[in-house]
Write a protein that binds this ligand. Structure first.
Ligand code: ARG
Ligand code: ZN
Length: 471
């Protein structure tokens, strides 16, 4: 069975098992067990994710105590050893009290802030699948990506915002988009509160003044897209064209924001349909969104259920986050340097929705001292933006312009064929910017090398030529 699984995986482009820069050199079955590497090999964050393991499923049970601002958890991580392992790591930021591997106590330590190192009583054989149970508790939050807050809580609401690598504030993860898994999430909190997470709710059980809500996500999901929120929410749900949707808005928002946010998020199913018409079938089991009252500062494309701050009436942010369901969530980056495939593509779908032209966007950036050349806008190389610039305006707006230009260059018909076949070919997998360049050239039958160099790499605004997609 293992061999069959490995063969199938090798045929799935970008799947964890078949991906090129994983350690395939690994050992024949009899080789001596070795220590799994502390990182999966991301160029920007070498310690993100972990070597030697492939997580199949996360069963996460957490309870949150608002008075103590404390999270306690018990996570069951079902993983497969990719080679014989004397020990392996998971990424976790909270203190750990116990670890078992298939029910047998294991030794563990926390050699670095993000790293949980686990030494099972007996080494794992190559291909072996085990259940690793981790018990942990603590106060989440102190560190975030680039000084932001990725764990937000006040006296009656909590929400997690994990991108790019803060999921370890609430569960032990192989925290890199290259290792996707399915999830069961159970959250316990005050019975008067509700829980929102990915996928669909399974059941809720009340025990005195506490309630536990169980959510399940059955499509492959990267750890940075797994989330939960606990608070007091207005909830609406339904089904449209066979696709369940679930929308929740915090009662903690001021009345008018609460109403406008609900009105806007209730259009998520329509936006999902609009996107499906252009990009091909929606990849997941449900859609919807969450509006939080916490000061999140940005929206995040959590799989099936993006999280938003309070919203006005505009739909462009909803278009952006739901476009990510195809670009980012289903087709994920191979490494964080490939972030253009997420943010440039989601921004492009906003442009397409608003019917914004390339010339309109370009005009604002061509040589404007505030936003343009002098600010470094055109000096960011979108094939390798640097870890401090993965969410920069260049990645979003220059990135979106590149696709507007591609549409002009290859024509509307070929362009959408490129986008649809891209989504289909790499569904639930991982891909690089280089993969997209090759794909676009193949599908359109055009030579696009100089075109992509101009839009993605050259440290200057592209000349307004036909070859660059201007018309
Ligand atoms: N991916 C999110 C979006 O564009 C933005 C995430 C920004 N993340 C951050 N840590 N600032 O929808
Ligand atoms: Zn985005």
């Amino acid at each position: 069975l293992t061999a069959a699984v490995a063969t199938v995986a090798a045929l799935v482009p970008g799947s964890a098992v078949g991906s090129p820069d994983r350690d395939r050199s690994a050992a024949p079955a009899a080789a001596a067990p070795a220590a799994g590497k502390p990182g999966i090999g991301d160029r920007y964050w070498p310690l993100d994710g972990n070597g030697g393991i492939d997580v199949r499923h996360y069963g996460i049970d957490v309870a949150y105590d608002f008075d103590a601002a404390r999270l306690s958890g018990r996570a069951t991580v079902r993983l497969r050893a990719r080679n014989a392992l004397s020990r392996f790591n998971l990424d976790l930021l909270l203190p750990v009290s116990a670890v078992t591997v298939d029910g047998v106590p294991a030794r563990f330590s926390k050699p670095k802030q993000h790293e949980l190192q686990i030494t099972p009583a007996t080494p794992l054989r190559r291909g072996e699948v085990v259940d690793v149970v981790v018990r942990y508790a603590g106060k989440p939050g102190p560190v975030g990506y680039a000084g932001e807050r990725n764990w937000l809580a006040d006296d009656d609401e909590v929400v997690t915002m994990n991108e790019p690598h803060m999921a370890p504030w609430w569960f032990p993860a192989n925290d890199h988009p290259r290792d996707k898994a399915t999830y069961d999430v159970r959250v316990t909190g005050p019975a008067a509160y509700q829980v929102v997470s990915n996928g669909l709710p399974v059941r809720r059980t009340v025990d005195g003044r506490r309630a536990t809500s169980h959510w399940r996500a059955t499509d492959p999901m990267a750890s940075y897209l797994a989330f939960f929120a606990l608070g007091r929410f207005d909830v609406r749900r339904g089904t449209r064209a066979g696709l369940p949707w679930y929308v929740a808005v915090s009662k903690g928002l001021p009345d008018s924001a609460r109403r406008s946010t609900m009105r806007t998020l209730l259009q998520s199913d329509e936006v999902t349909q609009w996107l499906s018409k252009r990009l091909g079938p929606y990849p997941f089991e449900s859609t919807g969104g969450l509006g939080t009252s916490l000061p999140v500062g940005f929206a995040l494309e959590n799989q099936t259920r993006p999280t938003y701050p309070g919203l006005g009436g505009g739909l462009s942010i909803v278009v952006h986050e739901l476009a990510h369901q195809w670009f980012g969530d289903s087709v994920s980056v191979q490494g964080w340097r490939d972030i253009w495939l997420n943010e440039g593509f989601a921004t492009f779908m906003e442009f397409a929705y608003a019917k914004t032209s390339l010339r309109e966007v370009y005009r604002g950036y061509r040589d404007d001292g505030s936003d343009g050349i002098d600010s470094g806008f055109w000096r960011v190389d979108l094939t390798d933006p640097g870890k401090h610039r993965i969410f920069s305006d260049s990645v979003y707006t220059r990135g979106g312009m590149a696709l507007l230009a591609l549409r002009n260059r290859v024509g509307v018909k070929d362009f959408w064929r490129i986008m649809r076949s891209w989504s289909r070919t790499h569904r639930y997998g991982n891909a690089t910017v280089g993969d997209f360049r090759a794909h676009a050239a193949r599908v359109s039958g055009e030579r696009l090398g100089a075109f992509f160099d101009a839009w993605l790499e050259a440290p200057r605004p592209p000349a307004t030529t036909k070859a660059n997609g201007f018309r």
